[in-house]
Design a binder for this molecule. Structure first.
Ligand code: SF4
Length: 430
């Protein structure tokens, strides 16, 4: 793991943050309704399927709430040393540095799930990310390995925007419009299915299973183009969920006109469309978004260009389309990291992605000016719920022979979800 210093911690000056409660420990707010302070604090936890929503109350034992930072870090290091090879800790790019400094691997969700595969001797995989990431790691890991999410309240507001029931309902409505059996779609005389479901990695295991059972596939922000090409070889159109922006940005870059990308709002009949509107559709975009990436604006890019002539702007494809269009580059977290790696000393780079990752890049490359486009510090509120207190707790439980906060995907979901993931791995760029 790249050595990290605690100096990269976010400075939580109240005037510069989106919520002053960010300076508090998460147990002060992770039992409150909603997603807590941070980028998705305004988002509504889906009411239509509360059991599916991943923003669940946390449950840190009292003793850990009282420990100061120094003691927590000492205990984490000791537990990690005791567990040795039996443990692997994964830290997402967007995770806070106080936690990431203890990780064996840092990466995006899929890189981390694959990194865990390189450690088959590890009996416990502690995933310092969010719920859907731990689910994916559980699907890809061996039956003996236990995947642990230190705080069960670390969900993902975007993943929660598409739940199994509403996607099933949408699928039935779509089947009626295009005239196919929702349980058993058949190819037409051209050998193509009417619709293929494509889910972004940032979705529940149940939705990955939904795709696996219906000829569909998973994509990441790195391979969305390859996956859509795969889908269009097999179908006339795609139902893309839950992130409308990744779907739109990818399809637009492939030359699909915006008129052929109707939005599907799950709270409205036919997603808010008429059956006629849907006839020409090439991609039906689920009405979901990432609360972190929707904060970026074209005005921020204009300001960066005014203040830093020659600045290079790179944003994540979960940003709205006008932001991606105004940037010099768009790419996944890994692509952003590689972009910075390939830059030169003295370069000025404005980044449109989560603040923890941008600050870490800025600390790793002090000879370049690297800053976040958003002047307000507003981390991913759900990722932020993993605090060193939670990490110390689950590790010390492991030392004591107990497994807390295990994420287990039932076999009936894991098997079809893996089919959709395997299709993604087998899809090759044209
Ligand atoms: S950054 Fe966005 S997509 Fe990623 S976990 Fe946070 S809310 Fe979900």
């Amino acid at each position: 793991m790249t050595a990290l210093s605690i100096r990269t911690r976010i400075e939580l000056a109240p005037t510069k943050t989106c919520n002053t409660s960010l300076a508090e420990n998460p147990w002060a707010f992770d039992t409150a309704p909603g997603y807590g302070p941070g980028s998705s604090q305004e988002d509504t936890v889906p009411g239509f399927a509360p059991t599916n929503a991943t923003a669940r109350p946390g449950q840190l034992p009292e003793a850990y709430r009282k420990m100061d930072d120094e003691e927590l870090h000492r205990r984490i290091r000791e537990a990690k040393a005791t567990l040795g090879e039996k443990l692997v800790i994964l830290g997402h790019f967007y995770q806070r540095d106080e936690v990431v400094q203890h990780a064996d691997f840092i990466g995006d969700s899929f890189q981390l799930a694959n990194a865990a595969l390189t450690r088959p001797e590890a009996e416990a995989i502690v995933f310092c990310g969010v719920h859907f990431m731990a689910e994916t790691a559980d699907i890809l890991s061996t039956a003996e390995q236990k995947v642990i999410l230190p705080n069960l309240a670390a969900g993902c507001s975007m993943a929660d925007m598409a739940d199994e029931d509403s996607v099933e309902t949408a699928w039935e409505e779509i089947a009626e419009v295009y005239g196919f059996d929702p349980e058993n779609p058949q190819p037409d005389e051209d050998g193509k299915l009417p619709v293929i479901p494509v889910t972004y990695m940032n979705s529940s295991a149940a939705l990955k299973a939904f795709c696996g059972q219906r000829g569909g596939i998973v994509c990441t922000s790195s391979n969305a183009t390859t996956v859509l090409e795969w889908a269009y070889e097999r179908a006339h159109r795609v139902l893309f969920f839950p992130d409308q922006h990744l779907g739109r940005n990818t399809a637009k870059a492939m030359g699909i006109p915006l008129e052929q990308m109707p939005m599907w709002n799950p709270r409205q009949p036919l997603g808010g469309n008429s059956a006629e509107d849907l006839q020409e559709a090439k991609v039906l975009l689920w009405h979901g978004f990432c609360s972190v990436h929707k904060r970026f604006t074209v005005e921020q890019i204009d300001k960066a260009r005014q203040e830093h002539p020659g600045v290079k702007v790179i944003v994540h494809p979960e940003c709205p389309m006008p932001v991606v269009d105004a940037a010099d580059e768009a790419g996944s977290t890994d692509a952003i990291r590689k972009f910075v790696e390939a830059s030169q000393p003295e370069d000025v780079i404005a980044v449109g992605t989560e603040i923890n990752m941008v600050n870490r890049l800025a600390a790793e490359y002090p000879d370049r000016t690297i800053f976040c486009l958003d002047p307000v510090i507003c981390p991913c509120s759900t990722m932020y719920r993993i605090h060193p207190g939670y990490l110390a707790w689950v590790l010390e439980d492991l030392v004591a022979g107990e497994v807390s906060n295990q994420i287990t995907v039932p076999e009936r979901i894991a098997t079809p979800a893996k089919i959709a993931l395997d299709r993604m791995l087998a899809a090759k760029p044209r």
